[in-house]
Design a protein around this ligand. Structure first.
Ligand code: GAR
Length: 200
């Protein structure tokens, strides 16, 4: 029986699409129960609908506080085995994270622990790094600090701007997230302190 996930999105949904494509071609044994967006009318919702996946909008602006917003997220998630943050741009509370302890997986467009938070690709480009990349990790109570499942590296060039670098990283994100989810779905990840052991 494949694991069931809820996927949280806030925008374009290209990482969501990468997951859908791998499920469709039979290489990712995962069931997407629901795609939830905190912003109405984003393209990720359209992608989910086109794939026949249930969608829910939990518009943060309609909730007085984070707690009631997250209660609604939990209601929409129901009884899934895990939660995937695929371009979800909100910080989740400790309470929410503890409820899903070690069951939330996030993709971040930088080589953590460098360049946490927003506009990671801009931060990397401005800093002048020579390599950049993406990180898939379990979520803990910090911002982009949880145990790392895998990372992919790309070169960064003097001539790059934020968009060029982001596009190069994004190509790798589309490989990294499905790859990490496959390891998780196959029960091949073991969290040992800060480290994640990948079992053969
Ligand atoms: C991706 O680059 C993802 O890594 C990033 O947002 C983009 C979403 O694109 N996430 C974060 O920055 C989270 N801190 P997508 O909607 O096309 O998947």
């Amino acid at each position: 029986m494949s694991k069931k996930v809820g996927i949280l999105v806030s925008g374009r949904g290209s990482n969501l699409q990468a997951i859908i494509d791998k499920i469709d071609d039979g290489t990712l044994p995962l069931q997407i129960e629901v795609v939830i967006s905190d912003i109405p009318d984003v393209y990720a919702l359209e992608r989910a609908r086109q794939a026949g996946i249930k969608t829910v909008v939990v518009n943060r602006k309609e909730f007085a506080d984070r707690e009631s917003f997250e209660d609604k997220l939990n209601e929409a998630l129901g009884q899934v085995d895990g939660v995937v943050l695929a371009g979800f741009m909100r910080i989740l509370s400790e309470k929410f994270i503890n409820k899903w302890y070690h069951k939330i997986i996030n993709i971040h467009p930088a080589l953590l622990p460098s360049f946490v938070g927003l506009h990671a690709q801009r931060q990397a480009n401005d800093y002048g790094v020579k390599v950049a990349g993406c990180t898939v990790h379990f979520v803990d109570a910090g911002t982009d600090t949880g145990p790392i499942i895998l990372q992919k590296v790309v070169p960064a060039y003097f001539e790059d701007d934020e968009d060029i670098l982001a596009a190069r990283i994004l190509e790798q994100e589309h490989l990294a997230l499905p790859e990490a989810l496959k390891l998780w779905a196959e029960d091949r990840l073991e969290i040992v302190g800060r480290k994640v052991k990948i079992k053969l």
